[in-house]
Design a protein around this ligand. Structure first.
Ligand code: LLP
Length: 442
């Protein structure tokens, strides 16, 4: 059994996280429950910041809030000196309402609406990562309307394909994101940006994929970006002050996942920047990165209560829990793998191989295939590890299931960061037009 961060098995044989017995958490907050190990989140943030500090380069570590955007997480990011990457008005609003400094917010997205751009302009965010020509001209016009000049990075697709799941690689040429480097679009975008009077070009951005376990992809991206920077300087007399290399740093979900220590990814990137830019006598740019998954992924655990089971002799045994693809759609989307244990019987011998199913009306609503467990009974607690990233943030109300609460645990204290949705929340935005009302409601 692999335990992340402060997770351990206590004297009662229960899973404990942040000094809190998970059986107590289940009683106090109910299940399903997202539990966040605050000390581990802070440790990850510090690993990034300290590794960059050691490089001597100027930097910003922008937490990619899409991985897990809640106000409490924005507060932690602020306290740890991180910047923040947002991709929608909702993520921006979450950050601003949490008091996150606007100057450290970067706005991403391939289809920002005029309303979103105006909201970000009014908030005076630090930087827009411009994805395409429509946005470039729209942003310039909207900034001009407000008499503002705004910092921009241009998102380029460097043509580097990271070794990752097909659905989530974004660095290759066939991508909906960014200006393509290979076909001259990125070059044209630099010229166009320079011609806009309300845009201040800081540099370029590249994101090559997600859940990456090697440094080679990042080093290749740096090579390409540096080559482009030199060409642009020599031919257009434009110098990049910032290179943003996106996120994608992998984490250990299951045995066989072999992420590198954060310091190694950072060192590979910063070394490659120094080598490439020094060789061209280019002033060393600031390096920005946008880790999402690696900031919060292994700090999250989801606690479920076991309900029914179905044994199909010679085929498989299903164990159903009180959540499923509504709180974690990653198996249904990507066949993602997870490890789990019975949190209330963590020392019991493993007796059978089961498939964990959810309670949603869909055959693909599974969480884990072929998991070794003690014989699970109704009422046992199942803890699924590594659910901190892209779980709560991708949760839905399918079947009108209520989204779980989120608690942050640290040093024996458990604090609610998101309340469990109520049944009234479920119908909170519903309106029955008068002509459709049932006779009982009329
Ligand atoms: N920056 C940009 C521009 C991105 O598109 C992403 C992720 C990140 C940073 C953060 O990447 P990370 O460090 O988390 O790998 N829903 C998928 C992951 C989608 C990632 C989308 N972009 C999943 O559950 O695996």
């Amino acid at each position: 059994m692999y335990l992340h961060g402060t997770s351990k098995i206590n004297a009662q044989g229960h899973l404990e996280i942040g000094g809190c017995d998970t059986t107590d958490l289940a009683q106090q907050f109910g299940t399903p429950l997202y539990i966040v190990d605050e000390a581990l989140v802070r440790q990850r943030a510090r690993e990034y910041v300290e590794s960059f500090r050691a490089s001597g380069l100027k930097f910003q570590v922008a937490y990619a809030s899409k991985a897990f955007s809640v106000m409490a997480m924005c507060s932690i990011a602020e306290q740890e000196g991180l910047s923040l990457d947002v991709v929608s008005d909702g993520e921006l609003y979450t950050a601003l309402k949490a008091g996150f400094p606007a100057a450290r917010i970067h706005f991403h997205g391939n289809n920002k609406t005029p309303e979103e751009i105006n909201m970000a302009l009014d908030a005076n965010i630090g930087c827009f990562v411009v994805d395409n020509f429509n946005e470039l001209y729209l942003l310039n016009a909207l900034a001009a309307d407000k008499g503002k000049r705004v910092n921009v990075l241009l998102r380029i697709t460097p043509g580097v394909e990271a070794h990752t799941h097909d659905y989530i690689s974004t660095g290759q040429t066939d991508s909906k994101f960014g200006f393509d480097l290979g076909n001259g679009t990125a070059y044209k975008a630099i010229q166009e940006t320079a011609a806009q009077s309300n845009l201040e070009l800081l540099g370029v951005h590249s994101h090559i994929g997600s859940q990456i376990f090697e440094v080679e992809g990042f080093a290749m991206a740096v090579d390409k970006v540096a080559g482009f920077a030199v060409q642009v300087r020599d031919e257009l007399n434009v110098t990049f002050r910032v290179i943003n290399l996106g996120g994608g740093f992998g984490i250990r979900y299951v045995e066989g996942d072999t992420p590198l220590p954060i310091s190694q990814y950072v060192k590979a990137i910063t070394d490659s920047i120094k080598t490439n830019f020094s060789a061209a006598s280019y002033p060393l740019p600031e390096i920005w990165v946008e880790p999402g998954r690696s900031m919060v992924g292994d700090a999250g655990t989801t606690l479920y209560t076991v309900g029914t089971s179905k044994d199909i002799p010679g085929v498989r045994k299903y164990i159903a829990v009180d959540g499923g693809m509504s709180d974690n759609p990653r198996f249904a989307l990507y066949e993602s793998k997870y490890e789990a244990i019975l949190a209330n019987r963590a020392n019991d011998p493993l007796e059978e191989t089961v498939t964990i199913a959810g309670k949603l009306c869909e055959s693909g609503d599974k969480l884990i295939m072929d998991l070794e467990l003690p014989k699970a009974k109704s009422g046992d607690l199942l803890a699924v590890f590594c659910t901190g990233a892209y779980n709560y943030s991708m949760a839905s109300n399918y079947n009108r299931v209520r989204r779980p609460a989120v608690v942050f645990v640290k040093d024996g204290a458990a604090d609610v960061a998101v309340k469990r949705e109520s049944l009234d929340d479920i119908i909170g935005n519903d309106v029955i037009p008068a002509r459709l009302q049932t006779s009982a409601a009329r």
